[in-house]
Design a protein around this ligand. Structure first.
Ligand code: BJ8
Length: 426
């Protein structure tokens, strides 16, 4: 990646810290990803993307900016990529999954802030995130209290922070608020890009994002096979790359991967032996390079066959209807699609638990691992009732709370192994 040093320096990165981060990231990727056995050939594309995640992809963003396109960074799946594409913008995810510069983050945030937020601040204050530095607009959203309040602290640190209000209840008023906020966001995008959104440009944006979602939905469905044709680690990586890559190229790569998995399934080939204990992971999103839990699970004689997470099914399973001849009608469809996202910041939020039961049935999963980041109130509070419901429905559940450090890895592994043993004994 040495050719990119000038680009990184121009973006204002701290080259020394950035080198250290890339070296840790590269090492972890080798140990966790490249060490896996029986990986599909199609994962080579994603290995390449990861090897260039701060290199070639950033160069592409800089080239797009040089052509007048705007880069819009965001931290939540409630920010519609369809709208960004409708002004020919580039959407990038900014969530971070590494314990980097938490000491710096804790100088401006309380210690009891979740690792996802601390990581985003650690990256910003440590000057190591080229996506954040390349973003013309950074979009925040009023979701959990941690994010909502930390955007006040982020505002003076970035060029243009735009905060979107989000409803907390699935009511008619909530839906109306969401639509108004999407209309306001469209205005912001038009202002920064100098482009007017038309029904045609919005429809095109919807179709591009739908194709990307259809590809990951296809991948999700193929994981119903036993033996599992792809590891949970690799499937998670695909879902993580979803937020960074060029959407057309990504869709093509995922479909090619799925063609290969189709063949594997026909031949009865997989990554783990048939009959391996099958689990669903449900809860907080896992941003790159947060691979700790899947690594521990898949190193404990189990395979993850689905993720109920915003980096997974919660974020991608719904398609936006591209019906309508006006921007207004299409905005209604976009609102309808996003309004169904069952994030734990909503109260009440019953569809999330019900969907996990449906996933378990369709994917022949024997149990659920509920994953909360420490200090994440929405998911931790929700984890008690959902565990009770799943257990009552005959779906054994292991509730875990962790962060980005490796300190609890041994403890977590012991609990996961005991859970897998419990499922084997059933
Ligand atoms: S739609 S899950 S991406 S808000 S882990 S920062 S909730 S304290 S990320 Fe999320 Fe949008 Fe919801 Fe999805 Fe807060 Fe919890 Fe931290 Fe979290």
């Amino acid at each position: 990646m040495s050719d990119y040093r000038k680009m990184w320096a121009d973006l204002g990165l701290d080259l020394e810290s950035h080198d250290a981060l890339l070296s840790v990231l590269g090492g972890a990727y080798g140990d966790i990803y490249l060490a896996q056995k029986n990986r599909p050939e199609g994962m080579k594309y994603f290995d390449f993307v990861m090897s260039e995640v701060h290199g070639l992809r950033i160069k592409e963003l800089m080239d797009a900016k040089a052509q007048g396109r705007k880069v819009i960074g965001s931290y939540c799946v409630f920010v519609p990529e369809e709208l960004i594409l409708a002004v020919d913008g580039v959407s990038v995810g900014l969530c971070a999954g590494a314990e980097f510069n938490f000491a710096g983050a804790e100088e401006v945030l309380p210690r009891n802030t979740c690792a996802l937020i601390k990581s985003a601040f650690g990256f910003k204050l440590g000057k190591v995130c080229p996506y954040l530095e390349a973003s013309d607009v950074v979009v925040g959203e009023n979701t959990c209290d941690g994010k909502k309040k930390s955007y006040e602290i982020l505002k003076p640190l970035v060029k243009d922070l735009y905060v979107m209000d989000l409803p907390q209840m699935k009511s008619d008023m909530g839906r109306a608020l969401l639509k108004e906020e999407y209309r306001r966001f469209l205005g912001k995008l038009e202002a920064v890009s100098g482009r007017k959104v038309t029904a045609a440009s919005l429809k095109k944006g919807i179709e591009i994002v739908n194709a990307k979602r259809r590809a990951v939905k296809r991948l999700a469905a193929l994981r119903a096979a036993d033996p599992a044709p792809i590891s949970g680690l690799d499937a998670l990586l695909v879902n993580q790359v979803f937020f960074y890559d060029d959407p057309l190229r990504f869709t093509d790569a995922v479909n090619k991967l799925c063609d290969e998995l189709d063949e594997r399934i026909k031949q009865g080939a997989g990554v783990f032996p048939a009959g391996t204990t099958r689990l669903i992971v449900s809860g907080c999103p896992m941003a790159v390079p947060n691979w700790k839990l899947p690594m521990l699970i898949e190193g404990s004689d189990a395979v993850i066959v689905g993720e109920e997470s915003c980096v997974g099914e919660r974020g991608a399973r719904r398609i936006t209807a591209a019906q309508g001849d006006t921007v207004e009608e299409l905005l209604d469809e976009i609102t309808e699609r996003y309004f169904q996202i069952d994030c734990a910041i909503f109260t009440p939020n019953p569809t999330r638990a019900a969907y996990v039961e449906e996933m378990a049935k369709n994917l022949h999963a024997q149990g659920v691992v509920h994953y909360s980041l420490q200090f994440c109130q929405p998911y931790i509070v929700e984890s008690g009732p959902v565990e009770k419901g799943w257990e009552a429905a005959g779906l054994p559940t292991l509730r875990l709370e962790t962060d980005y450090s490796q300190e609890d890895a041994g403890q977590l592994k012991t609990r996961i192994e005991a859970f897998v043993e419990r499922l084997k004994g059933k």
